[in-house]
Design a protein around this ligand. Structure first.
Ligand SMILES: Cc1cc2nc3c(=O)[nH]c(=O)nc-3n(C[C@H](O)[C@H](O)[C@H](O)COP(=O)(O)O)c2cc1C
Length: 200
């Protein structure tokens, strides 16, 4: 499937075939594609908690106010971010480039994020949003469907997954074999209301 078709055909699916299991290879492929998404300074601040076990999916569905797609999907990905990834051995984000350039990038990265808690959080949301869209489009290309989600109890889910104190949860994406088509699109706001040439 080409990218434009994947974009056009991706929809938020609310009903999945509960019996379908994704293979380990498929899950790995999806995650390997996810980490090709861009991040500022190549910081790769996302962390992915993946869940395939039915009992845990059922518990998560409860914590998602009973949303059924959570217990029916084959795979749940909780997209988290490490707010301190800027300071955790950042040299590895440019392992492949010459040392001089690497040192200069590390200095610039640390200078950008140190003590900037709002920026660290913004970056977490930006990175996870990018990864979530990659996951959903890749899933579509692989013959799967998905639903992005923020409708869950963040504190309770954080406890359930032992979220470290310097991490946050951005959102969740569930992936599986569609059991029911979505209703028609809600309707897109026209470009004329959304796009501004050069300035507002
Ligand atoms: C950040 C985010 C959170 C969302 N949370 C939920 C959710 O908790 N439950 C749900 O059924 N859909 C959720 N959605 C799906 C939206 O309702 C859906 O994307 C929107 O209605 C447009 O429909 P489409 O994705 O099929 O184009 C979420 C979407 C986004 C981007």
């Amino acid at each position: 499937m080409d990218t434009i078709d994947a974009i056009k055909q991706r929809r938020s699916i609310k009903s999945f075939d509960k019996n379908h299991k994704m293979t380990e290879d498929e899950i790995k492929q999806l995650l390997e594609l996810a980490i090709l998404s861009p991040t500022s300074y190549n910081i790769q601040n996302w962390r992915f908690v993946i869940i395939t076990e039915q009992t845990i999916k059922d518990k998560l569905s409860e914590l998602s106010y009973g949303q059924l797609q959570v217990s029916e999907a084959s795979l749940i990905i909780i997209l988290c971010a490490d707010l301190n990834s800027w300071n955790k051995n950042p040299e590895r984000y440019w392992a492949n480039i010459p040392e001089e350039s690497r040192n200069s990038l590390v200095a610039s990265l640390k200078n950008s994020y140190k003590d900037k808690t709002e920026l660290q959080r913004d970056e977490a949301m930006r990175s996870c949003g990018m990864a979530a869209q990659t996951i959903m489009l890749a899933a579509k290309s692989m013959g799967y469907d998905s639903c992005p989600m923020k409708g869950f109890d963040y504190d309770a889910v954080g406890k359930m997954i032992n979220l470290p104190s310097d991490h946050l949860i951005s959102m969740m994406v569930v992936v599986g074999k569609k059991a029911k088509d979505p209703s028609q699109r809600g309707g897109q706001v026209p470009l004329s209301e959304l796009v501004f040439k050069n300035k507002f």
